[in-house]
Design a binder for this molecule. Structure first.
Ligand code: NAG
Ligand code: NAG
Ligand code: NAG
Length: 474
């Protein structure tokens, strides 16, 4: 039986899994399996060896092969390697994190790879994508599990794909500078790694990410010219990009998705992020209720965080004593200012960018992404900005896949037009033939998922609730 990335069996498997993940959420709970993978907190692989601080950013510190799986249960027929590598905290100190490199078994292009920034959107290391991929991992982070299916699209296209734990060793969700350096150092580590069989020491790279993954991608793009100019990065595709964390905070607070905010505050206050400034500040204003929500978000992953804080407010005095005035507090403002993309001309992407965003995105404000487009363009970047006219945040992640894949291909080929342009897509369906017959079953799977999500994500919250049941039972 042929089982390579271009075989029909492969496509069927991915289709079946997509269906399992998204469209068949009412399916019975997955059975627990016998052997469990160790969680990052107790797995010695994640601990850097003594003296690693002296190594250059991007240095490989440990390597291993893993058995990659879907939902911790079903084998993914690819080669998978993990690298522990040295990267850098916001304050410049050395830290270490893990990236997972996947290689299609047949026909992989060996002069390039895609860096896939997963939206893990959580502030506990148990939500690290590297853990989630392992056979026997408890599926705590359902977003990683579902995005792993999108990652399969790139593998099916014949790309080697690397997915970094860009939130670093503290699982710091939201601080863009930390995440950007984590992405760039992950690219350095993968480029230098011989185990994936690259035919060159400077493989071409394109970075992709949506939502939380676009914080990491957008900041990596912003920091590249200064932090990692030697990398052969050919482009970036970032969708649903949180370009302004204050904008996201006021926009999503007190909505069904406000649960991202306690996790983001936790992430910003980690030692590797802004803990030195933000930790004592938060302690001085937080209420017991607020503290219980922060503690919860430090021990659970995104879906549970969302359900635990739906329609609640971090900008109310029940959460912290300043109420809405938090957004004007100088300590808070100084941290948030460091998390606005496009504010400084010397932080402009040097490789072409595709930015795409739903006009009616209900989680990440469209206006902040369009402001980012304007500032990057006025600073000389090449950016294509695509507005999705129908569909919400989650549906646009799926709707945007074919165009993102096409952009990645054009970026590798060097055929992305320079300069800036914008366009609007009004269709709310995926053309199953958009990427050719090969990927038709996969895109049909996305189409089914879109139908399941409903117009503008109408069913998303009930889907998340069902996913939580799945998590709890497995
Ligand atoms: C960021 O968002 C805040 C809050 O909505 C807004 O006041 C500010 O103008 C925004 N800045 C940029 C550069 O987008
Ligand atoms: C600097 O970052 C390191 C690594 O995360 C952390 O352990 C340390 O506490 C930070 N120091 C300060 C003063 O922020
Ligand atoms: C950013 O988004 C927030 C929330 O929607 C909005 O209030 C603000 O005006 C936006 N600012 C800019 C400059 O895009």
């Amino acid at each position: 039986m042929s089982f390579g990335p271009s075989s029909p069996v492969w496509h069927q498997l991915v289709l079946v899994l997509l269906a399992l993940a998204i469209t068949e959420l009412h399916a019975r709970p997955l059975k627990p399996i016998a052997a469990r993978a160790s969680v990052p907190a107790t797995d010695p692989f994640y601990q850097p060896p003594a003296g690693y601080e002296a190594e250059e950013p991007g240095t490989i510190l440990r390597t291993r092969s893993i058995v990659a799986s879907f939902f911790g249960l079903l084998l993914d027929a690819v080669e998978a390697h993990q690298l522990l590598y040295r990267t850098t905290a916001v304050n410049g100190t050395a830290i270490a994190t893990v990236t997972t490199g996947f290689k299609p078994l047949l026909g992989a292009a060996t002069d390039r790879f895609v860096s896939f920034q997963t939206a893990y959107d959580s502030s506990d290391t148990v939500c690290d994508p590297s853990y989630n991929y392992e056979l026997g991992a408890v599926q705590t982070d359902i977003i990683s599990a579902v995005e792993f299916l999108i990652l399969q699209v790139y593998l099916a296209e014949g790309y080697i794909v690397a997915a970094p734990d860009y939130e670093g060793p503290d699982a710091a969700f939201a601080p863009g500078r930390l995440e950007g350096m984590g992405v760039l150092d992950g690219m350095r580590a993968v480029s230098a790694y011989t185990g994936l069989g690259f035919s060159t020491t400077t493989p071409a790279i394109v970075g992709v990410g949506y939502s939380g993954g676009a914080i990491a991608s957008g900041w990596a793009a912003s920091l590249q010219s200064d932090y990692a100019p030697e990398l052969s990065i050919k482009g970036w595709a970032a969708g649903g990009t949180p370009a302004n964390l204050t904008g996201t905070t006021v926009f999503v607070d007190n909505t069904v998705f406000s649960g991202f905010l306690p996790a983001a505050l936790d992430g910003l206050a980690k030692p590797s992020a802004y803990g030195a400034e933000l930790g004592p500040f938060i302690e001085s204003i937080i209420t017991p209720l607020g503290q219980s929500k922060l503690t919860f978000a430090n021990t659970y992953c995104a879906v549970e965080d969302i359900l635990n804080f739906a329609e609640q407010s971090v900008l109310s005095t029940s959460f912290q004593s300043l109420g809405y005035d938090l957004v004007y507090d100088p300590t808070f403002v100084s941290v948030m200012q460091q998390n606005i993309m496009g504010l400084y001309a010397n932080e402009t992407p040097i490789a072409p960018v595709l930015l795409y965003h739903a006009a009616l995105d209900e989680i990440i404000p469209y206006a902040n992404a369009s402001t980012l487009f304007d500032s990057w363009c006025s600073n000389g970047a090449s950016v294509q900005f695509t507005t999705y006219g129908s569909g919400g945040h989650a549906t646009t992640e799926l709707l945007g896949v074919p165009a993102a894949v096409e952009f990645v291909e054009a970026a590798f080929a060097g055929t992305v037009a320079s300069g800036c342009s914008s366009n609007t897509v009004l269709d709310s369906t995926v053309d199953p033939l958009a990427l050719g017959l090969d990927l038709e079953p996969l895109l049909t799977g996305l189409l089914d998922a879109l139908v399941r999500f409903g117009e503008q994500d109408a069913n998303l919250i009930s889907d998340l609730a069902i996913l939580e049941t799945l998590i709890t039972v497995t």
